[in-house]
Write a protein that binds this ligand. Structure first.
Ligand SMILES: Cc1ncc(COP(=O)(O)O)c(C=O)c1O
Length: 316
């Protein structure tokens, strides 16, 4: 089982520099903690191209293949109607190669339209995601297109980890970084960089969408049931090996939060800062606000990565 390396993430940062938007960081209101206050910073990664950090991994994946001379004329293919699919379609357009995106026929029209707006060839196959995935892999086999993945690939995780390299420059003396976890691509990248700088990483998951937490408990990736308001982006059935390996280091904490806490944190981001973000981003903040989350110490510098904003703001 492989492990992501810091060198891979530094290489990714060099590769995608100038092709993604640098992260913006804002100092937020202090968190009240035992014996005082902790400094809270918010990384506004939802202002990234396509609305999430996924743009970083998708760019890195395609550029690494281009560098290696292995980017085929048939382009790239992925089975995802979510943020990974959007990022893949966007990166393919940037690299002027085709993107073929497979979705179940039940996918909402708005997702299909958004993918098409980035120039993707959208194919609707079967009733479930598994059918779309099979069709995607068959398509890759037949055409030679590169099969991409939402989180389980070193180039994707390394690309996501580049946000942490930027945070090191933005926040001097950072003690703790907080990320929401789906399949663990973002977490693996961020935790690998953080560990090198003795920064703690908090991995936050909805209590009923806990692929990484369950993998840590079992000592190997295992399938979990998915039921959360954040499942549209954090609903990976299984964490990656890379994520599990990164989580087994000292300095990583896995915490679970309830849907009610996620909804409250997302609402607070709107009420207090006028950030309309998706539930995945609310999950990160809930990780330091909720009683089941991580409790910083007085004086600790904590940064929460607000990872995405592909949301319907109507419920705010
Ligand atoms: C907005 C957002 N945040 C977090 C995640 C989780 O990322 P990962 O699967 O790399 O853990 C996703 C995944 O789609 C996402 O779209």
């Amino acid at each position: 089982m492989g492990e992501l390396s810091y060198a891979e993430i530094k290489a990714a940062a060099t590769r995608i520099a100038g092709r993604v938007r640098p992260v913006t960081v804002t100092r937020a209101d202090d968190l009240a903690v035992d014996g005082g206050a902790a400094e809270l910073y918010l990384a506004l990664e939802f202002t990234q191209h396509t609305g999430t950090f996924k743009a970083r991994g998708a760019q890195n994946f395609l550029l690494a293949h281009r560098e290696a001379g292995t980017l085929p004329a048939a382009g790239v293919t992925i089975a995802s109607g979510g943020n990974a699919g959007l990022a893949c379609a966007w990166a393919a357009r940037e690299q002027a190669v085709p993107a073929t995106v497979f979705l179940p026929a039940t996918a909402p029209q708005v997702k299909v339209q958004r993918l098409r707006s980035y120039g993707a060839d959208v194919r609707l196959v079967g009733a479930e995601y598994a059918d779309a995935l099979t069709a995607c892999l068959e398509f890759a086999d037949v055409t030679g297109a590169l099969a991409s993945h939402a989180y389980d690939h070193p180039d994707i995780a390394a690309g996501a980890g580049t946000v942490m390299i930027e945070l090191l420059e933005r926040i001097h003396g950072l003690d703790t970084v907080v990320v929401a976890v789906g399949g663990g691509g973002l977490f693996a990248g961020v935790a690998t960089v953080a560990q090198q700088h003795r920064i703690r990483t908090i991995a936050v998951e909805p209590e009923n969408c806990r692929a990484l937490n369950a993998a840590l408990q079992a000592g190997r990736p295992v399938d979990v049931p998915l039921n959360s308001v954040a499942a549209d982006s954090l609903g990976a059935r299984r964490a990656s090996d890379l994520a599990l390996r990164a989580a087994q280091h000292e300095g990583v904490r896995s915490v679970l939060v309830t849907d009610a806490e996620i909804v409250r944190a997302r609402q607070a981001l709107w009420d207090d800062y006028r950030f309309a973000v998706e539930h995945a981003a609310g999950t990160g903040l809930a990780g330091v606000r909720s009683p089941t989350g991580y409790r910083p110490s007085a004086g600790e510098k904590v940064c929460v990565v607000l990872c995405g904003a592909n949301t319907d703001p109507a419920d705010l």
